[in-house]
Design a protein around this ligand. Sequence first.
Ligand SMILES: [Zn+2]
Length: 437
Amino acid sequence: MAYAARGSQVPFTSINLEFTVPKFLEDVPAYGPKGKLAGVYGDYEEETRILQRAFTETLLDGDSDGKPHLFPNTIYALRDKVLTDEFEEDVRRVHELSAKYGSSYFVNMFPSYRGDMANYMGCRTSLNDNWTGDWEQDCFRTGNLAYVTLNLPRIAYNSRDDNDVFDYLDSYMHLAEEVLMLRREQAMNCLDNYNLLPFLTQEAEGERYYRVNNATLSFGFVGLNEMLMAHCGEGIEDPDARKFGLKVIKYMNKRADELKEETGLRWSVLQTPAESTAYRFGMLDKEKYGDKAILQGDDVASYYTNSSHVPVNSDVLLPEKIKIEEKFHPLTLGGHIFHAFMGEAYSDPDSLMSLTNKIAKNSDIGFWAYSSALSFCIKCKTLMKGLQTQCGTCGEETEVEWYDRITGYVQQVGRSRSASGGWNPGKMRELMDRKRF
Ligand SMILES: [Zn+2]
């Protein structure tokens, strides 16, 4: 299945691929051309495998210059059936892709909080079969309608004690709720009154194609780490501070659940991608709170740590980072991501595969990617590992473009002179701060 968002740029598309027909679909009727019944999904095991392989092989080839294909974001579902000897070759090929371009993503279907299906977009937002319980209603022909991001560090700057924190959370969430309801009202106007989205309003199987009542309204957040530093004196790596952090995110979930009861709408909590918000909130708070503000980055570009992530420059090792961040994944089912920023040397598919097995089987991490920075010489078309300031082949310095994962997806950084766009100063600073494994 594919998802799309955004206008006026290369279409932001994502595709979720299965290695095999999932168990819950095996006996479900499948429909062929002209809507004719064509057996069950289980009859198409071989086709499922061929499609996945062909897609992965094409991505591995890169584009005509040897650069990675940036879209669609390609997301692979890992289920118990998949991480076995039978699929080893297929799974290995995907890890070759991870090692070469860092562009593949993984959805973990092992954790106990999962049902049968979870669909993700490359930016990390997600739909699970946890709303009506029917995977088709919950994950298809619907989407993430809107989200609003809470500035958690600012709550901490204004709070004297724990009670203050939760009072501010109440008022921030109330404000966010009002904004989200306005956004929904406007979306309904576009669908019902202005006929701006005829594709979505066409009829399918006796109902409107887009199931707006199953679309999510979400509360996102930025800077849990800095909130904890300001309120508890320690960041998210500290067990006691983290305990308080979990309390905060659980509280947000509780309010989202209450709203489901009150409004009948699909409220959720997510780790905001915060591509520009982490920077914007940081700069606003620096101006408003001066030295009191706890910020990442430097004087020129300050930013907050993304959602409930460990700061990008932290010294914690990868297994420890997993242990810290996995606690928040069951609490952010509207979307989450774990980043493993890999160093230049880490390009061995087999080691990545063994890491994948550990993450999938032994952690609650729901969605992750191995990202490695790439450099590309526009002049002589050489692809290099790491952030290089000079081409190793022809010596070019200015027309060397960088690539890395910005918040969810891999994007060009905008270093070269001929680049058409690029990362904002906060994200650029964060890129430099990233500690790689
Ligand atoms: Zn070159």
